[in-house]
Every structure is written in C-alpha cells, then in structure tokens.
Design a binder for this molecule. Structure first.
Ligand code: IPE
Ligand code: IPE
Ligand code: MG
Length: 241
C-alpha cells in the first residue's frame, strides 16, 4: 500500500498544493456495519486514517489541515456513542502526542465551549498544548464545531461600534480559524454531498472533493487522488480564470 502512494507522488505538482485542507471524516458507522461490528469500532478504525493523512501532510509540507471530529449536531446521537466518541478523542490525543511532536505538528482544538464539560475541554486542550512549541504543520481538530455557531459567537465578540466598519477581512479574525488561510480543498468521504455545517464561512471558494470511500478506508493513496483531482481544477474566484 505504501508503495502505491509513492508511485503517484511524482504526479503531484509541488507548486500547486493546497495550503489548507479541511476533511469531513464520514462513514465510520457504515464501515463498522459492513464489518458486522458496533459503530464505535468504526470510529476507532477511523483514527488510523487521521494518522495516515497527517503523515502525508508532513511529507508534502502542507501548512494546515482541519479534521472535522465532532459537530455541534453530533450531540443528538445516542448517549453511548457520544460518550465513546469523546473518550476516543481524548485517548487518541494522549496516544499520539509524542508522534505529533516527532513530526513537529502544532495541534489545536477549535470549536465552541458551549455544552462541553469544562474539565473535558481543559483535558483535551492541555494535551494539544503539549505540541505548541512545534513550528511545522498546523492541525485543527474541529470538536463541538458548527459553522453557524462559529459565526454567531464571532458576532457576539464584536464591539457594537465595530459593526459599521466591518469587512470580511476583519470579521475572519473573530472566527476560530483566525490567522489561518481559508481551506483551498474540502474532502468528504462516504459519498455524501453536503457540508454538514463545516467551515461555512471559510469554504466560500474551497474546491470540494467527494469520494465514496468510507473514512476508515481513506489512506495516503486516497489523499493523493484527492490532491490530483484538486490540481486539475480551474479556480476562478468569480473571475474568468
Ligand atoms: C463520521 O462517521 C464520524 C462522526 C460524525 C463523528 P459517522 O459516524 O457519521 O458514520 P456514518 O455516516 O454513520 O456511516
Ligand atoms: C459530519 O458528519 C460531522 C463530522 C464528520 C464530525 P455527520 O455524519 O454528522 O453528518 P450528516 O449527519 O451525515 O450530515
Ligand atoms: Mg455520518
């Protein structure tokens, strides 16, 4: 498998890589069902894909990766699944910190504080903080993330007097992704054609790549396919390109 992706690497134009990629990691439940296993087994398998994509990101010297790990709507799932997802995220972070440090990855948790137990939030943020000396790729884990809530919370941070002078450039500084470029590419696995509240503001001109591959089956090879597809696009940004 490792060989397969290395074969495709030379086909990528290094000068035309996206600076920021957002990933909607979908299909864990269906993957588990296909394997006759409980949904959490699928989520656990999905964390291996996260590792693969991060590794390739470092190999390609990508600047920013954002993983959609848990949405503001995912609280509507059965309690056991929510509990399992939260535990998995924390355990996974704990387990990966030394590898992240080895790869010089700066990891941060983005999302709302609303509705999350403070000690949980504090625990995952403290784990992420262990990577904050690193100077390489920046990885955002979008947890309790919702694009609409991000915009509402940004508006609440605005001074009323700032509103009449507000511009897109100023507003973006109030978002959880402040100081980061918009995603150039958004990948969604499992064949669903929707954003599901992911990076609504930032995705204005993102290229969208959808694959039927379920997230636990997504690997470096699949990521290169996405990048190859991205490089074949003509980004016009409303102009004539
Ligand atoms: C994505 O997989 C993981 C999260 C949303 C947390 P799903 O759990 O949505 O898997 P499907 O869509 O049911 O297959
Ligand atoms: C989007 O997947 C959220 C994450 C990947 C964290 P969902 O499975 O929750 O989205 P819908 O319900 O299919 O739109
Ligand atoms: Mg899903």
């Amino acid at each position: 498998m490792a060989k397969d992706y290395k074969k495709l690497l030379p086909e990528l134009d290094q000068s035309k890589l996206p600076r920021h990629i957002g990933i909607i990691m979908d299909g864990n439940g269906r993957w588990a069902k296909r394997h006759n296993r409980p949904r959490l087994y699928g989520h656990r398998a999905g964390s291996k894909s996260v590792r693969q994509v991060m590794e390739l990101g470092v190999e390609l010297k990508l600047e920013y990766l954002t993983f959609y790990a848990f949405s503001t709507e995912n609280w509507n799932r059965p309690k056991d699944e929510v509990r399992g997802l939260l535990k998995l995220l924390k355990d996974h972070l704990k387990q990966e910190i030394s590898e992240l440090n080895r790869q010089n990855i700066y990891l941060q948790i983005i999302g709302s504080e609303t509705g999350v137990k403070p000690d949980y939030l504090q625990a995952i943020r403290a784990l992420a903080a262990k990577t904050h000396e690193n100077t390489g790729m920046i990885v955002n884990i979008a947890f309790n993330y919702g694009g609409r809530l991000e915009i509402i919370e940004a508006i609440k941070k605005l001074e009323p007097s700032a509103i009449s002078e507000l511009t897109s450039e100023k507003f973006r500084q109030y978002l959880w992704t402040k100081d980061q470029p918009d995603p150039d590419l958004i990948i969604r696995t499992s064949g669903e054609h929707r954003l599901s509240n992911f990076l609504l503001w930032q995705a204005a001109y993102a290229e969208i790549y959808i694959t039927d591959v379920l997230w636990p089956d997504f690997d470096k090879l699949e990521m290169i396919k996405a990048l190859r597809d991205y490089q074949s696009r003509n980004r016009r940004f409303g102009g004539l390109g």
